[in-house]
Design a protein around this ligand. Structure first.
Ligand code: AMP
Ligand code: ZN
Length: 114
């Protein structure tokens, strides 16, 4: 997708503050962090929303979560805990239409979310 900001990060046209890259997944620091550590983990494949997932995407969705686990350990908050969130469409609060798993850590999270 040529006009997708996260696809531009995958292609290298925009350079994010990268924390992890594998064959299928890219992770980088959020520009507007909502916690002491706020990282976005994306599939390299463009998928607009959770509603667009197909059976083909089962593996990469698991890989997003495995990346979250590894990054949480790297960042040092596995044990106290952390939050992962994936927003869908307007009511879910989605602003960028290339799915991304938010990884938030470094403080206690509230529940319910806003
Ligand atoms: P969502 O509201 O779930 O779609 O989340 C989009 C996230 O992308 C927000 O937390 C933004 O701060 C973040 N974001 C938008 N543009 C960039 C960028 N260029 N680099 C890093 N994070 C970004
Ligand atoms: Zn994209």
């Amino acid at each position: 997708m040529t006009d997708c900001i996260f696809c531009k990060m995958v292609s290298g046209e925009i350079q994010p503050d990268k924390v992890m890259e594998t064959e299928d997944v890219l992770a980088f620091r959020d520009l507007n962090p909502q916690a002491p550590t706020h990282i976005l983990i994306i599939p390299k494949k463009h998928i607009s929303t959770i509603n667009d997932l197909t059976d083909e995407d089962v593996s990469v969705m698991g890989k997003l979560h495995l990346a979250a686990k590894e990054i949480a350990a790297q960042e040092g908050f596995s044990e106290p805990g952390y939050r992962t969130v994936m927003n869908c469409n307007a009511d879910g609060g989605q602003a960028v239409y290339h799915i991304h798993l938010h990884l938030l850590g470094g403080r206690a999270m509230g529940w319910p979310p806003g």
